[in-house]
Ligand binder design. Sequence first.
Ligand SMILES: Nc1ncnc2c1ncn2[C@@H]1O[C@H](COP(=O)(O)OP(=O)(O)OP(=O)(O)O)[C@@H](O)[C@H]1O
Length: 301
Amino acid sequence: MNKIIDIENLTVSFGNFEALKNVTCSIEAYPGIIGLIGPNGAGKTTLIHAILGQYKASQGKIKLANQALAYCPDTPEFPAHLTAKEVLQQSCALHEKPENAEQIETTLEKVGLVDYPSKKVGGYSRGMKQRLGIAVALLLDPVLIFLDEPTSALDPIGRIEILQLIMEVAQEKTVVVSSHLLADIENIADRLLVLNHGQLIFQGKLHQFIENSQMDDFAELEIKSEQVKQEVMDILQVNDIEFYPEITGKLMVKSEYTEKLLQVFPDIGGKISVYRATSNSLELAFERAIMGVKNEKINFS
Ligand SMILES: Nc1ncnc2c1ncn2[C@@H]1O[C@H](COP(=O)(O)OP(=O)(O)OP(=O)(O)O)[C@@H](O)[C@H]1O
C-alpha cells in the first residue's frame, strides 16, 4: 500500500516537555476518514503541525511522499471583505498555483458555496467558513487533508452538513479528522489514531479499537444527584453487583448483572433519573483506553 506519511520514533519537545513521545505510525493513500483522537493535550495538533513541517522533531523522522497535503484549522478565518471566489483566487496566488476559473467554480460547487457569488466572507456563518476552509484545502488537490476539530464551532445542523461534506470529500481523498466528538468520529471514520500523553496507543481500524476494549453490553444508570450516588454504589456493592463509574458521572453495570439489578430496583429506583441498556461504542472504548477500568483486563496493543 502506498504510504503518504511514514513516521518513525517521533519525539517533539517544547523545552523539556515532550509533547510527542516516540510515535511510530503511517498513513496510507486510500480514500476514507482517519479519526485522530485523544484527550486535551494528548498531542494531536502537535502531530499534525509536525507532519506539516511547522514543528521540528527532536528525535525520529517523518517521511512524506511527494504529494500535496492540506490543512484546515478548526475556525478558518479569511479577509472579511473578500467573496469566496476571491479567497480561492488569493489562495492560488499564495501557493503560486495558476488560477483556474473552472476549478474554482467546481470547488465552490463541491462545498456548497456556489450560490453566494457576491456575498462577502465577513457575513458568512461559521459553517460557511468551515466549508470555505475545506474548499481552500481542496483547491490544492491534495492527496490528504487534515481537518482540525472541523465541527467544534458548529450548531447541530451545521455539524451534520459538514460531516456530510467530509464524507463526500473522503470518497476521493484520505481525510484525517481530529476531534473530541467521538460519536461523530464513530459515524464517519474507518480508521483511528489514538494519542494519550504524547504516546500513540492505537492505530488501525476503528472497529478493532472498539473490539479490543473487550466490552460487554452494559446497563447505564444516571444518578439523580451526587448526594445519592454513594447510596446507590453501596447498595450495588452489598448485592455483589459489579459496576464502574464513568467520567460523566454515570454508573455502568455489566448486562450479566441485569437480573440482580432489577431485584434491587425498589431500593435504587427513586435515586436514578435514567436507566438504559447500552452497547459498545467508541466513546466507551476510549474511556476505557484512557482511564482504564478497575478489575478489567484491557489490551490495547
Ligand atoms: N508551542 C507550544 N509550546 C509549548 N507547549 C506546547 C506548544 N504546543 C503544544 N504544547 C503542549 O503540548 C501538549 C500537546 O498539545 P496539543 O495542542 O498538541 O494537544 P491536543 O491533543 O491537540 O490538545 P487539544 O485537544 O486540547 O487541542 C500540551 O501539553 C500543550 O500544552
